[in-house]
Design a protein around this ligand. Structure first.
Ligand code: MLT
Ligand code: ZN
Length: 454
């Protein structure tokens, strides 16, 4: 068989070893980890630095070949996986792993897009600093992917989403030109905020190659607790009290069904002797007394049962009841994942109405980030023919309540048809003009967000 001329061209840029044409080598780049999104690429290319990314982009642009940027491939809406046509090039950013020196005075660090979150956290810990964003997939999720999806995760209640923690980016446009907004100055009012525009753009506007991150001080005292509650109403009401704590860092919820699944799939021991309808994982951190602060709050607003971690390993075990939901669901089947924001006041009603909305067409598991009303509606046992109707029922209900059809996972390929539910026609028109201005040939992540060009 004739060699693919694009593969030959890209090999000259990145080296033979980093152009993967063999199907067995491409496979892990062509499906997501849930198995829901499976495609086929023309090839996978792994550039080592910004200059190589720019050259790869120029070559693909000249040949009119679409590109799907991919980081740790932990996305959940199909945005990092090629479509099944075999025409798209996957550009893996995983070799962009430079970790810059830590600027302690400015509390900043510059990192390559391919650095996993856990590596950033280890790097900055040496200077008693932290990156404010944390998520369960910290060992695989890369900073580039987190920025492209504006990942939220577990500590948004204190530090905000990735957007609030990224001060600058370097990125390569579809035609190979390099945008350098890495300086990330605290004061710099010189026109449009291009960094802000690229955060959350899901690989549709540019390939992020490096990022400058804001860091926060490491807080030496920390307490983790698991609280058992009567209901989601009780959880929302307790959240009101917890928000008064300066040290509050994390408030995650899950339900009895989710815990039962996690215990079954993980083999972890049950946290309490009896089961309870709702659980809250709470973490507080500070320079002094976060444990006392939390204990005080719980005295005023008691839970049914409370488990407080005494050791670091205890604290990891309590967190695991929440963090192992994703893998436990995967072990049970291929979930239909609907990541939504529901206004907090409506969250208990949303959960109560869900069985009627689903009408027996799915087994729901609800968990997520309570303070933001971010519910991960994970549905198992959905017949392929019911998927669309079930998705519409849930997203329609969320939109009617003034929520968002994507809290933190993005629109990707999964929700592009539903974008109109929570973005207006004027919003969508502006977003399409931005896309057309930065990627007029529609080559970057062509199936994400706007799969049709017009
Ligand atoms: C999480 O918070 O664990 C993920 O965003 C949720 C998911 O797997 O649906
Ligand atoms: Zn989440």
């Amino acid at each position: 068989m004739e060699p693919d001329p694009l593969a030959t061209r890209l090999s000259a840029v990145v080296g033979d070893a980093h152009v993967l044409t063999d199907p067995s080598l491409r496979a892990s780049h062509e499906s997501d980890f849930t198995g829901r999104w499976v495609g086929r690429s023309r090839l996978v290319v792994r550039p080592a630095d910004t200059a190589q990314v720019a050259e790869v982009m120029r070559s693909c642009h000249a040949a009119g070949v679409p590109i799907v940027p991919q980081g740790g491939n932990t996305g959940l809406v199909g945005g990092s996986v090629p479509d099944p046509s075999g025409t798209e090039v996957v550009l893996s950013t995983r070799r962009l792993t430079a970790l810059g020196p830590i600027d302690v005075a400015a509390r900043r660090v510059t990192v390559g897009a391919g650095v996993p979150l856990a590596a950033v956290r280890r790097h900055v810990a040496s200077r008693e600093l932290e990156f404010g964003v944390d998520l369960a997939s910290r060992d695989s999720a890369t900073l580039g992917g987190m920025i492209a999806t504006n990942a939220g995760g577990e500590r948004v209640v204190r530090y905000g989403t990735t957007r609030a923690n990224v001060v600058g980016v370097e990125a390569v446009l579809a035609d190979g030109s390099v945008l350098d907004r890495l300086a990330g100055l605290p004061k710099d009012n010189t026109g449009y905020d291009l960094t802000g525009l690229l955060v959350g753009s899901e690989g549709t506007l540019a390939v992020i190659t490096r990022a400058r991150l804001a860091l926060v001080p490491h807080l030496p005292r920390r307490v983790t607790a698991l609280l058992a509650l009567d209901s989601l109403d009780a959880a929302v009401s307790l959240l009101t009290d917890l928000r008064r704590l300066e040290s509050l860092e994390l408030v995650e919820f899950f339900t009895a069904d989710g815990l039962a699944l996690v215990l079954d799939k993980s083999g972890l021991p049950a946290p309490f002797r009896t089961t309870h309808p709702v659980y809250l994982l709470v973490e507080c951190a500070g320079r002094r007394g976060p444990a006392e602060e939390l204990a005080d709050a719980l005295e005023k607003a008691p839970a049914r049962e409370v488990a407080v971690a005494r050791t670091a390993s205890d604290s990891r075990r309590l967190a695991a009841y929440r963090e192992r939901h994703t893998e436990s669901l995967n072990a049970a089947g291929i979930p239909l994942k609907l990541d939504v924001t529901v206004p907090l006041a409506d969250l208990p009603a949303f959960a109560a109405e869900l069985p009627a909305l689903l009408a027996g067409r799915a087994t729901p598991y609800l968990f997520g980030h309570l303070a933001e009303g971010n519910v991960h509606v994970n549905l198992l046992d959905v017949a392929p023919d019911d998927e669309e109707a079930v998705t519409e029922a849930v997203l329609g209900r969320v939109a009617a309540a003034g929520g968002s059809i994507s809290a933190e996972h993005g629109i990707g390929r999964a929700k592009s048809r539903h974008l109109h539910l929570t973005r207006s026609a004027a919003d969508i028109a502006v977003m399409r003009s931005v896309k057309a201005a930065l990627d007029p040939d529609h080559l970057l992540s062509p199936h994400t967000l706007f799969p049709d060009r017009d």
